[in-house]
Design a protein around this ligand. Structure first.
Ligand code: DQA
Length: 159
């Protein structure tokens, strides 16, 4: 199973930016923990961060036919990007959206979410631990996908 973690603008500034909101952990530390968890659970994992909307769209498109799941924090583009939303819908890969902060408890403009409706699920407000929850969730989703495929194959064979 391969998953790709896609991080949007300013997440490369974690550990520096607004620590009262996002905490002290750096993105590299979060990714190191995710890599360890992936290794323990037989998952192949790749990380990508960009501050550019088009690069995020390109990366999502590259996932088509190549990966089983996407963990995405589109950061500020969450609230504005129809292009990222359309890319997720286009590739139709199970996608878990993560937000470190609880976007529902913050400014009004953060309540607008273009991404959530095309994601399998959203995890918000758990701090960096949300990424760990997303990986656990991804294992669950992959188990369900596999069970459904096996059931379909068994039904086909019984015909
Ligand atoms: C964020 C929330 C967004 O509103 C914000 O623009 C970010 C980070 C989060 O992880 O809490 O950059 O996605």
């Amino acid at each position: 199973m391969k998953i790709v973690v896609i991080q949007g603008p300013n997440l490369n500034m974690l550990g520096i930016r607004e620590q009262q909101v996002y905490g002290p952990m750096k993105l590299e530390q979060i990714h190191a923990q995710m890599k360890e968890f992936a290794g323990q659970n037989g998952m192949e994992i790749e990380f990508f961060q960009s501050n550019l909307e088009g690069e995020l769209v390109d990366k999502i498109q590259e996932c088509y036919g190549e990966v089983n799941g996407i963990i995405l924090n589109a950061a500020a583009y969450t609230h504005t990007s129809i292009a990222i939303r359309d890319a997720i819908a286009a590739v139709a890969i199970p996608t878990i959206e993560v937000h470190i902060s609880n976007i529902h408890r913050r400014e009004e403009f953060r309540k607008e979410n273009m991404i959530a409706p095309v994601c399998t699920s959203s995890i918000v407000g758990f701090g960096p631990f949300g990424y760990h929850l997303a990986m656990t969730g991804m294992l669950q989703i992959m188990g369900e996908v596999k069970a459904a495929q096996e059931a379909q194959a068994a039904a086909q064979a019984a015909k």
